[in-house]
Each structure stands twice: as structure tokens, then as C-alpha cells.
Write a protein that binds this ligand. Structure first.
Ligand code: BES
Ligand code: MN
Ligand code: MN
Length: 458
């Protein structure tokens, strides 16, 4: 980093951290209407910070849901433009009693910031504002920049797609830069080169028209929970292959060479198991654990309910049973097609004794990002400068549905420059983000800008 930027970083880094703590205190949970006002307040907070950092034309763009905070700095129309995307909403913090400290009262322990959103995505998104402030502070901003920070990523970004369509001109850029993924470790930096898609459905199994006495009717009338359990169990075969007809039809199979290349990335199965306190892993026959979580599709029950779950025992044969099911998709699967195939299959396997209903939720398409692009090379060089090692390209198992739309609507490729760790417990109790990760991120971003400009122009 140039010496005066480095000095600015040293002089201001503890303030950067305190601002992040302030941001984490705002409970911007997009899924729970109880936090509606807080989500709007977080957008306002961000707007102020964007202005303070030096962005122009900062605005809160309303949508049918939560707003998008937009700001920009156009220093020279002939220079390349970076569109920075992130999200200020967070996952619900439930169950609260499993947190060692309250999720919206962030604390720093063992050099890690604990709080909901610390890593996903407040900490990672805020690095970009601070890196920008730093570059502006000594007039070393090498590129134009546009910030687009949304408040609905954790609920499927339903209103961001239409926003992109309505603002193609405004969002014109050369690349999208996103920090909302993880790296292998600070010692083994990596750059995410793929995200899985998603099909999300809710299913309902409907039995008799009312809850029944399980003695008077039990044995003669189908129990929707029993039936649903059996149906769910049948969705995987003995090789952990998904049984939905046509599910694998479009799955892109990697070549032996590509798989061998992937297998070179460091991964220790024993510490993986030890970390999760499991005696064995699980997964589709014929593929490795790393492959299970990146290049192979999945089907998982996220929640299942019905009947009596209160204190003590109630002898009831419930009228209905429910489950939420997510399917992670890989290139070239289509979320819409998979949802349809699932619906058809689920209706087909239901016995005549029950009715079933499948309700689709949000979805998203998988993406793979190129590693021979200017943007990837700039990101790799930036990482190498700050971490002292070349990053390993690695596909992730998570999803950021809007990334596919950056390409299809805006015609832009994305660089997934994430600084989180898989062990940061995102979406879980005790989510955290390393202070070192936060600082390294802030230091890496200016190098990306610098190299992106140099490589772009040359
Ligand atoms: N930042 C995550 C996605 C992620 C995490 C990608 C770690 C790679 C590594 C994002 O906020 C997220 O949680 N996405 C959701 C999808 C969304 C539609 C709710 C997901 O992956 O479950
Ligand atoms: Mn995220
Ligand atoms: Mn998330």
C-alpha cells in the first residue's frame, strides 16, 4: 500500500472497527417483520456513512421491500468502474439462548468480533466503504466506484432483480466486486469461483379434516407426519443420490482433470469432522466431501413440523404435516425446472390417503466465475500482495442468487473476494469475524482497484 494510505489505515483502524460494532448493533433482520423499523434505520445509517466516506449522489432507493443504498464516485468517465455489491440485512439470530453474548451487542473476544452479521455481510460489506474512504483520503482512488448495498439478500433478493432491470444505465460498470463468501484460511487464501443455485419449497401433507384421537382413529387413518417422513426419506437412495426424476439431467460433470485440480486444495477431513464433532461424513457415493459441498447438487430438509410439540404428551393424530426443503444446484441446472421436477415427483409419490401441496419459495441460479479475466487476475495479485501467497480458486457451496442476474441483466462478471472463514458460524449462534480478516480485507481492496485499473487500461 502506498505509505500515506498505510498511515491512514494505522491511524483510523480502531475507528473502522468501532463503526462496524455500531452497525452490528442495528438488528436488521429482513426475514422477521418485527425488525422492520430497524432494517430501515440501518439503511439510513449506511447512507450517512457512505456520505461521510466521500461518496456522491448517495441515495436510499425504495423498493417494494427493503431499500437499496446507492452511492458513487465517478472521478473520470474514461477510467474503469467497479460496482460494489453487499447486503446490510442479516439472518434471524434465533435461538438466542445459544449465544454466549447477545447477538446485537457485539463484543470482541480472542481477536474476533461476535455478533449477528459480523461476517455475513456487515463486516465484509463495510470493509469496502472503509477501503474507499482510505483511497479517497489521499486522492489515490484509481477507478470509478458505484456502491449498491441491499437489504433483502437473506430473503432471496426479490426486489433487486427489478431494480437492476430498471437501472441498467445507472449501474453501468466493468465488473462487480462482492465480499460475501469465505476463504480457506488467512494462511491459505482462496478466491471463490462458483456459487450454487437454489430451489426452495415448502411442502404440506394433508390428512383428515381435523386432528384426531390417535387411539380412536390411529391405525386406520394415514398420519401425515408418518407419511411425510417416509416421503422425505425416499428422496435419497442408498447411495445418497437424489431420487427426483430428472434431477441430475442437466448437471455439469467435471472432467477427471478438473476434479484432480480441485483435489489439490488443502482440506483435512479429520479436522473437519473434529470441528463438527461428527464421527463420519455423509454424501453422494463417488464424490469427495469437498465435491459434495461445491460441484454436486443437494436436497435438504431445513425444518419439519406438525402435531403436538408442547410440554408432556398429547395423543393426537395430526391433520397436517409440513416441511421446508432446499435444493442446492450446480451449473447447468435451472432453479425453475428443478422446482417443477420436485413438485411433480412429490405429488407422484404421495399415497392416496393424503393430499400434498408444494409451494415454491425463492430460487436462484448457480454461477461459475472465470479465472482468466482481468478482474480475477487483479484480485489474485491483490491477495498475493497482502497475504504473501497466491490464492487458490475454489468453488463454494453457498448461494448469492443475484450474482447470476449481474451477468444476465447487467452483462457483468463478478469477482467474489471473500474474507470470511467457513468456521465463522454465519447463520448460526455465535457468528463472528476475525478482526484480522476485517483489516486484511480493508488492506486488500485498494490493491484490487490499483491492479484492476492497470490491467484494464493496458
Ligand atoms: N453470504 C451468504 C452466501 C455464502 C456464504 C456464500 C458463504 C459462500 C460462502 C449469503 O448471505 C447467504 O446466506 N445466502 C443464502 C441464500 C439466500 C437466498 C437466502 C444461502 O446460501 O443460503
Ligand atoms: Mn451474505
Ligand atoms: Mn447469509
Amino acid at each position: 500500500m502506498n505509505p500515506s494510505v498505510q498511515q491512514y489505515f494505522e491511524d483510523n483502524k480502531s475507528r473502522f472497527l468501532n463503526e462496524l460494532l455500531e452497525l452490528i448493533k442495528l438488528p436488521s433482520v429482513s426475514a422477521d417483520p418485527k425488525f422492520r423499523d430497524d432494517v430501515f434505520e440501518t439503511a439510513e445509517w449506511l447512507k450517512k456513512k457512505m456520505i461521510n466516506a466521500g461518496a456522491d449522489n448517495v441515495e436510499i432507493c425504495p423498493t417494494a421491500g427493503y431499500p437499496i443504498v446507492y452511492g458513487e464516485k465517478i472521478i473520470d468517465p474514461d477510467l474503469p468502474t467497479i460496482l460494489v455489491y453487499g447486503h446490510y440485512d442479516v439472518q434471524p439470530a434465533d435461538p438466542y439462548d445459544l449465544w454466549d453474548s447477545p447477538p446485537f451487542e457485539p463484543v470482541i473476544k480472542d481477536n474476533k468480533i461476535y455478533g449477528r452479521g459480523a461476517c455475513d455481510d456487515k463486516g465484509q460489506m463495510y470493509m469496502h466503504l472503509k477501503a474507499f474512504e482510505m483511497m479517497l483520503s489521499n486522492e489515490s482512488l484509481p477507478c470509478n466506484v458505484k456502491f449498491m448495498i441491499e437489504g433483502e439478500e437473506e430473503v432471496g433478493s426479490d426486489n433487486l432483480g427489478p431494480f437492476l432491470e430498471a437501472n441498467v444505465e445507472k449501474l453501468k460498470a466493468d465488473v462487480v466486486l462482492v465480499s460475501d463468501t469465505s476463504m480457506i484460511s488467512l494462511d491459505t487464501p482462496s478466491i471463490t469461483t462458483g456459487l450454487r443455485g437454489l430451489s426452495y419449497v415448502e411442502v404440506e401433507v394433508i390428512g383428515p379434516n381435523r386432528d384426531l384421537h390417535s387411539g380412536v382413529y390411529g391405525g386406520a387413518v394415514a398420519n401425515p407426519i408418518n407419511i411425510l417422513s417416509k416421503m422425505i426419506a425416499s428422496l435419497h437412495d442408498e447411495n445418497n443420490h437424489i431420487t427426483v426424476e430428472g434431477f441430475y439431467d442437466d448437471v455439469e460433470e467435471l472432467t477427471a482433470d478438473e476434479r484432480a485440480e480441485m483435489a489439490k486444495a488443502p482440506f483435512d477431513l479429520d479436522s473437519y469432522k473434529a470441528d463438527l464433532e461428527i464421527d463420519d461424513v455423509h454424501g453422494e457415493k463417488g464424490y469427495s466431501t469437498k465435491e459434495h459441498t461445491s460441484i454436486r447438487p443437494t436436497l435438504d430438509v431445513n425444518g419439519m413440523w406438525g402435531g403436538y410439540i408442547g410440554e408432556g404428551a398429547k395423543t393426537v393424530l395430526p391433520s397436517k404435516a409440513y416441511a421446508k426443503i432446499s435444493m442446492r444446484l450446480v451449473p447447468n441446472q435451472s432453479s425453475e425446472k428443478i422446482t417443477e421436477l420436485f413438485q411433480k415427483h412429490f405429488e407422484q409419490i404421495a399415497p392416496a390417503s393424503v393430499k400434498v401441496k408444494v409451494t415454491p419459495h425463492h430460487g436462484g441460479e448457480p454461477v461459475v466465475t472465470p479465472i482468466d479475466s482481468t478482474a480475477y487476475k487483479a484480485a489474485a495479485k491483490a491477495i498475493e500482495d497482502v497475504f504473501g501467497k497466491k490464492p487458490i480458486p475454489e468453488r463454494s457451496g453457498g448461494s448469492i442468487p443475484i450474482v447470476a442476474l449481474f451477468e444476465s441483466v447487467l452483462g457483468l462478471k463478478t469477482v467474489l473476494l471473500g474474507f470470511g472463514l467457513d468456521s465463522d458460524a454465519i447463520h448460526s449462534p455465535n457468528e463472528h469475524f476475525g478482526v484480522a480478516n476485517f483489516y486484511k480485507g480493508i488492506q486488500t481492496i485498494p490493491f484490487f482497484y490499483k491492479y484492476f485499473k492497470e490491467m484494464h487500461i493496458s
